[in-house]
Structures are given as structure tokens and as C-alpha cells.
Design a protein around this ligand. Structure first.
Ligand SMILES: C[S@@+](CC[C@H](N)C(=O)[O-])C[C@H]1O[C@@H](n2cnc3c(N)ncnc32)[C@H](O)[C@@H]1O
Length: 261
């Protein structure tokens, strides 16, 4: 059976606008890249599932990318290999084909997360590495006071960490990834100490949860945050974040290795 995303036959519908508009605000962050590299360890051949345009793919490894959206595949820079048109839930590779595999900020878009993760486990001899947002803590971010609908959407879309670990089996670790103050990968929490950035509609568009809420939510958010920034109310509560070098929020890295046979 061939499982496809809810967005369309190859996950294309609704992605073109996000794909093209988000690019300047969603650049891989070198500090986050180091956590991913460490989790992959010595893996030489690496599968990247839901690869998008290839963020965090390292030239030091032999990467095979899987990406169901044609528009995303077409936006991959030529220096990266072409991505295979497939979905996580049905990977066209033999058992144990790769030393390691990763899926980065993609799980929340899959139609069957358990099945996709089991597929990743099947085709991987070593670590499976998942970068995702923990839904349990998504609402702890200050943005919840300004746009609860956006973070409710995030919390609903992301699978629970214990479900991810259970689907992967074996031995696992879960690490909270510190988000740097000048993080270049613009998901919502990347702006924890730069609230003005979230007033830029183009920066918000880089985070797909904003596209699930209506104009009224965005207008109310804009008005309330502007008012609190002008009055000093935001700084009175959260101003210390402007100088905090990193933020530990919902960004987590799950790493699972198989139990010895
Ligand atoms: C938010 S993007 C992340 C892309 C990239 N990993 C990154 O970190 O920039 C999520 C990607 O997952 C892909 N995707 C959606 N459903 C998928 C599925 N069932 N299997 C594999 N990839 C999927 C989307 O097409 C999209 O390119």
C-alpha cells in the first residue's frame, strides 16, 4: 500500500507557498546541526526522510533523501543529490540498507507516524534520529498568551515523545535541544528573545501552524504583541530572554538504536 500525505498525492498542495516563502527564515542552524551530527555518530550512509530542500544534510556523509513533495524536491540545491519520491510509511529500501537515518521536523506531516517510524527502523542498522517538537511543552512558550490557537495547533499535530520511542523500540535517548538566541531555523521558539520578528508575516509564514489559523487570530496576535512591546509589558515579563543565549523549549532530539540481536 502506498500511503500519501493528507496535503495531496505527493504532499504538494499547500506546500508551494510555504516552501517558497519560508526559505529565508528557515535556514539550517549550525548549532542544531551539531546535535544531529553527534546523534548520527559514525554513520556513513544516512537516510533523510521528509528531507524537504535538504536542510541539515551533510556533505561528509552519503545521504539518500526521501521527499514526497515535488515542489520541495525541485527546490533542492543541485549540489545535494536528487530526492527519492516516496513516503516514510512505505520506504523503497531493503532491510538494514543504511548505517543511520534521520527525520527532521517532518513527523507532524505524516499520515501514519508509527508505521513511518517502523519503516525507518526496518531500513536502518544503527541510530534513527528524530528532531521534533514535544507537544507536552509546546504551550509553555510565551507565545501561548498571544496566539493560543497557533500553539494548540502545534500541540495537536506533533506526536507524543513516548509514542515515537515506542514505535522505534530498542534503546533510546531524548535530548532537549537548546535553541540559540540567533537561531537561523525560524520555527516559533527560534524567536523566543526576538519577539519583534514574529510581527513579520513572512517570518510567521515560515512556521506552518500559522497557516491553520484564520486572519482574526493573526490580527489579534499582532495587535496585542505590538501593544505589549510598546508599553513595555512584554519586556517586564520576558525581557530577560533578550539576553539569554539559549532557550530550552519543545525542540527535542530522539535517538534510538536497535537492541543487539
Ligand atoms: C516542515 S518540512 C521539513 C523539511 C526538512 N526536513 C527540514 O528540516 O527543513 C516537512 C517535510 O516532510 C514532508 N512529508 C510530508 N509527509 C511525509 C511523509 N508521509 N513521508 C515523508 N515525508 C513527508 C513534507 O513534504 C515536507 O517536505
Amino acid at each position: 500500500m502506498n500511503v500519501r500525505t493528507q496535503e495531496g498525492s505527493a504532499g504538494d498542495v499547500g506546500r508551494t507557498a510555504i516552501g517558497s516563502g519560508r526559505a529565508p527564515f528557515r535556514r539550517p542552524d549550525t548549532r542544531i546541526a551539531r546535535f544531529i551530527a553527534e546523534a548520527l555518530g559514525e554513520a556513513r550512509t544516512v537516510l533523510n526522510v521528509g528531507a524537504g530542500t535538504g536542510s541539515y544534510e551533510s556533505a561528509a556523509r552519503e545521504v539518500t533523501a526521501v521527499e514526497p513533495s515535488r515542489s520541495m524536491r525541485e527546490q533542492r540545491p543541485p549540489r545535494l543529490g536528487r530526492a527519492v519520491d516516496a513516503v516514510a510509511e512505505d520506504l523503497p529500501f531493503a532491510d538494514g540498507a543504511f548505517d543511520g537515518s534521520m527525520t527532521l521536523l517532518s513527523l507532524h506531516r505524516w499520515s501514519d507516524v508509527t508505521r513511518g517510524l517502523r519503516e525507518m527502523r526496518r531500513v536502518t542498522r544503527g541510530p534513527v534520529v528524530v528532531l521534533t517538537h514535544a507537544p507536552e511543552v509546546v504551550r509553555d512558550f510565551w507565545l501561548y498568551a498571544y496566539a493560543p490557537e497557533v500553539l494548540d495547533t502545534e500541540a495537536r499535530r506533533h506526536p507524543r515523545i513516548e509514542d515515537i520511542a515506542a514505535a522505534l523500540g530498542g534503546s533510546g535517548t531524548v535530548l532537549t535541544v537548546p535553541i540559540p538566541l540567533d537561531c537561523t531555523d525560524g520555527f516559533n521558539e527560534a524567536y523566543y528573545g526576538r519577539p519583534e520578528m514574529l510581527l513579520d508575516p513572512a517570518a510567521r509564514q515560515g512556521c506552518s501552524a500559522w497557516s491553520f489559523v484564520d486572519d482574526g487570530v493573526r490580527e489579534r496576535f499582532d495587535e496585542k504583541l505590538r501593544r505589549d512591546l510598546d508599553s513595555g509589558a512584554w519586556d517586564a515579563h520576558h525581557g530577560h530572554l533578550r539576553a539569554q543565549s539559549a532557550y530550552e523549549g519543545s525542540l527535542v532530539l530522539v535517538r534510538a538504536t536497535p537492541d543487539p540481536a
